[in-house]
Design a protein around this ligand. Structure first.
Ligand SMILES: [Zn+2]
Length: 234
């Protein structure tokens, strides 16, 4: 991140020093000067464009690349916000997969995801997806990897809804469970794989009702159905 910033400043500086435009340099041939002027102008405009982009990102927003940027994009898309990011770091308790801090009714700008969640999502992102053959009828139980992937993808979706202002846990969980496939697609899983993961996740990693994380309205046509007009579920 500091790298990006300093290179942007370099561009702006180069555009601003205008050596090629020095009017005291009488030897400058106008035919030569015009292209130089065009280059200087282009550099100045480029500097301006970079500055404008900096102005859009509020101070403190981490400049992510690669996988970290892919997580940010998912959080942005689901939350509908441009100022959010995802941080992979230890959570308050090993059983906590992720969290978003609320300030009153307003969510913060960052979702925290536990390292095991991030490493599973990283596997998905780099194309090292565990086989979902176990999710087919008659193929027995799925192994730990598939369960962890299901938890991880739905955790990112869940926290992204929190970033979008959904504070109620049962609602965030239900919306998240309906968005697991979307998360998987955004992390480059083929559509059929993503859909299969979404269905598996809904039926297999649902948290117990008694913790307040699951609502009976989380069903096709229920009040928490994101697409009530469609009979596709989740
Ligand atoms: Zn939550």
């Amino acid at each position: 991140m500091p790298q990006t910033k300093s290179s942007a400043e370099n561009v702006a500086t180069r555009g601003g020093d205008g050596k090629a435009l020095n009017p005291r340099d009488r030897r400058a041939d106008p035919r030569v000067m015009r292209p130089i002027f065009a280059v200087a102008l282009a550099v100045a405009l480029l500097g301006g464009a970079v500055d404008a982009r900096h102005a859009f990102s509020r101070p403190g927003t981490p400049r992510h690349h690669g996988f970290a940027l892919a997580l940010d994009r998912v959080a942005e898309e689901i939350s509908g916000r441009r100022d959010v990011s995802v941080r992979c770091d230890t959570t308050a308790d090993p059983s906590i997969l992720g969290s978003v801090t609320f300030y009153g009714a307003s969510p913060g700008r960052e979702a925290l995801l536990a390292p095991p969640v991030c490493s599973m999502l990283h596997r998905l992102w780099e194309g090292r997806r565990p086989s979902l053959a176990c999710t087919e009828l008659g193929h027995g139980q799925c192994g730990q990897e598939v369960l962890e992937l299901a938890w991880a993808a739905s955790a990112l979706a869940h926290e992204s809804y929190h970033l979008g202002g959904v504070r109620n846990e049962a609602a965030a969980e239900c919306y998240g469970l309906q968005s697991t496939a979307r998360v998987a697609r955004r992390l480059y899983a083929p559509p059929a794989y993503a859909a299969r993961l979404g269905t598996y996740t809904f039926w297999n990693v649902r948290p117990p009702v008694d913790y307040g994380y699951f609502s009976p309205e989380c069903r096709d046509g229920g009040t928490l159905d994101l697409h009530p007009a469609s009979s596709v579920w989740p």
